[in-house]
Design a protein around this ligand. Structure first.
Ligand code: OSB
Ligand code: MG
Length: 369
């Protein structure tokens, strides 16, 4: 595959409803999209970073810089036998995983189209339908939270995850369990606690949670291992896992029983598959996390979720939960069983709507021929 040109663009996409975590509230997403041209084919990728460097160090500006000044020039230098070769070329760059992932994943889209295969098949996926959960942000009141959970359960979602932080944890959980005693429920703290909170975190065991996601520092493994020894709720790591080696170390240390895999956080499809393989060999279940992606990133998440180790419902849900109108056709929809049917058509299986993307674009830059 010879990449003839790469186009970077930033779009602004307002969320249907704000999304709040322990590090703040998002109302409009700034999304950097990457489009690569190989012959007469076009592949798409999405930078999944937040607007501010709060989840990880990346922002739309850092991604734009690293793509424009390093990754794109390198990608134009030679022909690529496969998208994973491009990933190997990017490896010397430290960090900037989400910038790398966007370009590498766009080439995966092209590679799948060239073979005439859906991306899920190209990566070795086996599921035809993936189980879906939802991630529900911090709300202004507990009744609002309960109403939201009720709506998502009615829509069929198989697992509810709620965001927590000190001051928004035990009380909402008590009330959720009072109203929905049996649902598959998990929590995500986005690093809002420390080991000083150990006695408090221990009390969460009574809620019968599927997992507690990333309770401690965003790059920590050792303290999570200490925590996991003290609580019976399974710990799931998100922010701390950047590659397969981190996953191996976390599992060996006993820091988690479950791992959340995000394409952007681990630097693209090649690395995501490696994390999956490390976990699968050690019987650690994984699931696909979300970063409030547009349809482009969502389509990549759907393909990833078809790998056999993805045995838990992920945070990949319907377009309409985020956007009044998504940027792909068709939109991502969820069945009444709480699943997404994986598209059988070549590449992403969803078509980016250029006309709509153009309208949302606030800047654009083209590289190559
Ligand atoms: O920690 O999983 C997270 C959103 C932004 C940043 C971090 C996280 C999330 C989510 C949302 O939980 C998942 C989604 O619905 O895309
Ligand atoms: Mg998380």
């Amino acid at each position: 595959m010879t990449i003839e040109s790469v186009e970077l663009r930033e779009i602004r996409l307002p969320l249907v409803r704000f999304f709040e975590t322990s590090f703040g509230r998002t109302t409009t997403r700034r999304i950097v999209l990457v489009r690569v041209a190989v012959g007469d084919r076009t592949g798409w990728g999405e930078v999944t970073c937040g607007e501010a460097p709060l989840y990880n160090h990346e922002t739309p500006e850092t991604a734009w810089h690293v793509l424009r000044d390093f990754l794109i020039p390198w990608s134009l230098q030679q022909a690529w036998e496969s998208a994973s070769r491009l990933a190997a070329r990017f490896r010397p760059i430290r960090g900037h995983e989400m910038a790398k992932a966007a370009l590498e994943n766009a080439l995966w889209d092209v590679e799948a189209q060239q073979r005439g295969w859906p991306l899920s098949r190209l990566i070795g996926g086996t599921l035809e339908e993936i189980p879906c959960g939802v991630s529900i942000g911090i709300q202004e009141s507990i009744p609002e939270l309960l109403d939201q959970i009720e709506r998502e359960l009615a829509a069929g979602y198989q697992r509810i995850k709620v965001k927590i932080k000190p001051g928004w944890d035990v009380e909402p959980l008590e009330q959720i369990r009072a109203r929905f005693p049996r649902i598959a429920l998990s929590v995500d703290a986005n690093s809002a606690y420390t080991l000083a909170d150990l006695p408090h975190l221990k009390t969460f065991d009574r809620f019968g949670l599927l997992m507690i996601e990333q309770p401690l520092h965003w790059n920590d493994i050792l303290d999570h291992a200490r925590l996991q020894r003290e609580i019976s709720t399974p710990v799931c790591l998100d922010e701390s896992i950047h590659n397969a080696d981190d996953a191996r170390k976390a599992i060996e240390a006993g820091a988690c029983q479950i791992i959340n895999i995000k394409l952007g956080r681990v630097g693209g499809m090649t690395s995501a598959r490696e994390v999956h393989d490390v976990c699968r060999a050690r019987k650690i279940p994984v699931w696909c996390g979300g970063m409030l992606e547009s349809g482009v990133g969502r389509a990549h998440n759907i393909a990833l979720s078809t790998l056999p180790g993805f045995t838990l419902p992920g945070d990949v849900s319907a377009s309409r939960r985020y956007w009044t109108q998504d940027i792909i056709d068709p939109e991502v929809t969820v069945t009444p069983r709480g699943t997404i049917r994986v598209p059988p058509t070549p590449g992403l299986g969803y078509t980016p709507n250029l006309e709509r993307i153009e309208k949302l674009t606030v800047r654009k830059e083209r590289f190559g021929r």
